[in-house]
Structure formats: structure tokens, C-alpha cells
Design a protein around this ligand. Structure first.
Ligand code: PLP
Ligand code: ZN
Length: 475
């Protein structure tokens, strides 16, 4: 390791460094450099630490003292109160806008729907973040690093939430200018409105997310703009803390399952790293299982893992099925298509890291169609705080795994609700509407045929008696 380290200019005094995820390569790079892949082999990078010198708390309950330090913005942050577990920057460099004040809620009505025993389903509401999605957990870490690098501009391609988050951090901190790339016609108004309102330079390209992702990498390279997509390894460090907060809310008890929607696979990758490290530190004695849920219309991970048997395999990933599936998508012109726009991605950039997380967490992958996603979403709304369509894939997926018997009724299950209810009101209103035209236009085109859990508005004449009758009839 040291030999490699010297070659790549990591000094022995660095507590943190970047490291290629490919164990056959293992190249390391200093924290104070901007890269999204390994110079030597092109693989993804991790942030790694010299834990012996950084020092790790003896027990997770160490972090409880942070609750009494909430007047310090850094310790108020649901990300940076776990700074000791992602120590790549010093305390005075950390950027925060108060992210991570999220909630783990026991949801018994939703548990019934999923088929779990009472008390066994927990929903982790990441929609409560400042920009309304879990992306803020990673963005505060990425922007912290961007600032360390004196970046003047930061860019991302986005299905909506990454751009909303970046735009918010840039406007709230005035640290740099946000440049966001979106596909045309794909982004929900809730998300687009945030980017516009927060003053981000918004580049709408004729194409979808996968196209925008390719372009933003080229532009970032060309103009030296700091890239904050989840190929950014610092961002994923921040996203580890979603798992720390889940454990915190469960009084440091490890659940049986973590269920998360899969898009670009940053979350699942970060969750795997979080638990792998906690286990290595001896801070937990077992690792929960992971279920990553694709939308049926964007199911590359499912196809590769469950149908074509692709595995991390200790870092020896068999690339042949991946390359041939990508070629197949190119040849057939297959494009991601789902109402769950946040996971409408067919070429997940963190694929390999996710494969590694699946190995570390004994994970499974499933896909659910838009009908199941929207039905689950209506159940989540009626039994809790609600979420956007992509988030509901986690509950739909848990229900499927319960039916298959992979998840037992007595298992303790945590579903991650990744984004806020109000991110995509069009999808919600279209599901509950009595306007058949709106339903068909928004959902029917995606194979959604019925809204079994719809809560329809009741139309009444403007007449007191009729209004009273309607309330008595329907409640
Ligand atoms: C970004 C996003 C996802 C996908 O997460 P990945 O880490 O890219 O897999 C899911 N849900 C919502 C609401 C998102 O914003
Ligand atoms: Zn490498």
C-alpha cells in the first residue's frame, strides 16, 4: 500500500485518501485532488481512512453527546454529527445547511400492506431534508470537498433531486455557482422549480438522464467544473449517515433489512460501505441485508444481478454480461421509462460499488412496475408522511419480498423514503383523480390501469345541504 501511495502522491500523514475500488489496482490519491475515476484503471474511487490514526469511537452511543451540542451547526447536522465516521475534512471546513433532520417512523398501517407483523416496518423519511430528498446528505459532503478545492462552479446531471440539492447548497452558502444538466421533459415541476428558484444555471439538453450524465462529465472535464454526481466519492461519504441515523433511531439495534430504491446506485453503495466499516470497527456485530428495488421500466441492476448472475466476486466482476447488456440496450434503443423519475436510469454509474454492497450485505435486487409503485405510494401517504413515486418502490419491493418469503413477517424492515411527497404532485394527483384524461395521459401510458387505493375528491354543488350530506355519506 505504501508503495502505491507514494507513487500517487499520498503523504503518510494524510488521515484520508481516495482509493480505487478495484482490489487488483488499489491506487490511492490524495484527498486534495478532484477525480471521479482511477487514473490507472478507470474504476470508481472510494474515500479511505487511516482509522488507527483518525481514531474511532468505542461505541455508537458516543454520538449521543452530540444531541446536547445542537447550537453548533456542525453537530446539529444529521450528517456531521457523525463526523468521526467520515473524517476527510477538518471541523472548520464542513459545509452544512442543517441537513439530516430526518425521521424514522414505525408505520403499522403500511406494515399490514407489506405483510409484516405490527411494529416491524419502519419508514426513514429522507424527504425531510432541506431540499426535500436524501441527496442533501451527500451534497453537504461534496460541497465541503468542492470548497476545499476552491471550486468556483459545481455541476451535475440530474433527474431533479441532485440539481435541487446542489442549487440549494450553492444559494444558501454562496460558495460557488451551480450548473445543472437535465433531460428534456423528464423532470417534475417540483424539482425543476427548486433549481430555478435557487438561481442555478439550468441546461436542458435534448435527451434523457443517461445522455445528460455523459455530457456533464465531458463538460466538467473540459471546463474544470467540480462534478457532484454520485461518481463523486465524497458525496457517498455523506450518504453513509442515513444508515447511522437509522441505527440511532433504533437505539443502535441493527434491523434485519434495509430496502432502498435503486437509480444511479449511490445510496445502496454508500449504505454497504457504512455497514462494512461499522462492522470492521466492531461498532456493530452484524450487518443487515440489503434489498435494492428497481422500477420495471429501468431495471438494469435487476437484469444483471438476478437474471445474468453478475456479482462483485471479491472485485473480479465479470464484465462480459454488463457490456453485452449495454450493447443490447444500444442496439434496441431501449430507454428507461417509469413514473418513478428519480430512478429512471438505465446505466447506473455506481453499478460496481452496488455489487460490492450487495456482497457485503447479502443483498437481493427486485423490480416493481409503476402500478405497484403507485399503489404502494398511496398506502404510504395514507399511513404516514408520504413520498414521491421513486421512494415508494422500496415499500412495493418489500411487499414483493414478503410475498416471496424472502422477508419473514417477524423481520425488522427499514424502507428508505428517499424524497418528499411534494416533489412530484402531478403523479399523485393523476393517481387520485376522477379525470380519466389526466389519468390516461400521465399514468395510463405507463401501463397503470387502475388506482385501487385512490382517495377521490367528492364533487358537490355549492349548497349547504348537499355538502353536509356528502360528509355524512363519506366519513
Ligand atoms: C436520487 C434518487 C433516488 C435514486 O438513488 P440512487 O442513489 O441514485 O440509487 C431515489 N429516489 C429519489 C427520490 C432520488 O432523488
Ligand atoms: Zn484503479
Amino acid at each position: 500500500m505504501l508503495q502505491t501511495a507514494e507513487k500517487h502522491n499520498v503523504t503518510a500523514t494524510d488521515l484520508a485518501f481516495q482509493r480505487c475500488i478495484n482490489p487488483q489496482c488499489g491506487a490511492t490519491y490524495e484527498t486534495h485532488s478532484v477525480r471521479t475515476s482511477c487514473d490507472r484503471c478507470g474504476d470508481l474511487l472510494d474515500i479511505a481512512y487511516d482509522w488507527d490514526r483518525a481514531g474511532v469511537p468505542d461505541s455508537l452511543s458516543y454520538f449521543e453527546q452530540m444531541w446536547s451540542q445542537r447550537t453548533n451547526p456542525v453537530r446539529f447536522s444529521g450528517v456531521w454529527r457523525f463526523h468521526e465516521l467520515l473524517p476527510f475534512a477538518s471541523q472548520n471546513e464542513l459545509v452544512t445547511v442543517g441537513e439530516g433532520q430526518t425521521l424514522l417512523q414505525q408505520a403499522n398501517e403500511v406494515a399490514k400492506y407489506v405483510g409484516l407483523n405490527e411494529g416491524q416496518l419502519h419508514l426513514q423519511y429522507e424527504g425531510m431534508n432541506p431540499s426535500g430528498s436524501f441527496k442533501d446528505n451527500g451534497m453537504c459532503a461534496a460541497v465541503t470537498h468542492a470548497k476545499m478545492m476552491n471550486a468556483k462552479r459545481a455541476a451535475c446531471a440530474s433527474t431533479g433531486n441532485t440539481s435541487a440539492s446542489l442549487a440549494l447548497y450553492c444559494s444558501a452558502t454562496q460558495a460557488m455557482k451551480a450548473v445543472i444538466f437535465i433531460g428534456s421533459g423528464k423532470i417534475s415541476y417540483g424539482k425543476l422549480s427548486q433549481a430555478l428558484d435557487y438561481g442555478a444555471l439550468t441546461i436542458q439538453i435534448a435527451g434523457d438522464f443517461d445522455d445528460a450524465m455523459i455530457r456533464v462529465r465531458q463538460v466538467a472535464q473540459e471546463l474544470g467544473i467540480y462534478l457532484v454526481n454520485s461518481v463523486n466519492p465524497f458525496r457517498l461519504e455523506g450518504q453513509k449517515t442515513v444508515m447511522y441515523r437509522v441505527l440511532e433511531a433504533l437505539r443502535w439495534e441493527v434491523p434485519d433489512w434495509i430496502v432502498v430504491p435503486g437509480g444511479n446506485l449511490g445510496n445502496s453503495s454508500a449504505f454497504g460501505k457504512a455497514f462494512h466499516e461499522l462492522k470492521q470497527h466492531g461498532l456493530i456485530d452484524r450487518i443487515p441485508r440489503l434489498a435494492v428495488i428497481n422500477a420495471g421500466g429501468a431495471d438494469t441492476l435487476y437484469e444483471l444481478v438476478e437474471r445474468r448472475g453478475v456479482r462483485w466476486n471479491g472485485g473480479n466482476v465479470n464484465m462480459e454480461p454488463i457490456v453485452s447488456y449495454n450493447d443490447h440496450m444500444d442496439r434496441e434503443g431501449i430507454r428507461a421509462d417509469t413514473i418513478a423519475s428519480a430512478i429512471e436510469i438505465n446505466r447506473p454509474v455506481n453499478l460496481k460499488k452496488c455489487l460490492r454492497a450487495l456482497e457485503w450485505m447479502d443483498g437481493v435486487v427486485r423490480q416493481t412496475d409503476d402500478q405497484e409503485i403507485l399503489d404502494a405510494k398511496a398506502k404510504i401517504g395514507a399511513g404516514g408522511f408520504g413520498c414521491e413515486p421513486a421512494s415508494a418502490a422500496s415499500v412495493a419491493g418489500a411487499r414483493l419480498l414478503r410475498r416471496e418469503g424472502v422477508i419473514a413477517p417477524s423481520d425488522k424492515v427499514v424502507c428508505i423514503l428517499t424524497g418528499h411527497e411534494l416533489k412530484d404532485p402531478t403523479a399523485t394527483v393523476a393517481y387520485h383523480t376522477t379525470d380519466q384524461e389526466l389519468f390516461n395521459k400521465t399514468l395510463g401510458s405507463r401501463g397503470v390501469t387502475k388506482a385501487s387505493h385512490a382517495n377521490r375528491a367528492v364533487a358537490v354543488p355549492n349548497d349547504l345541504d348537499d355538502i353536509i350530506k356528502a360528509i355524512q355519506l363519506y366519513s
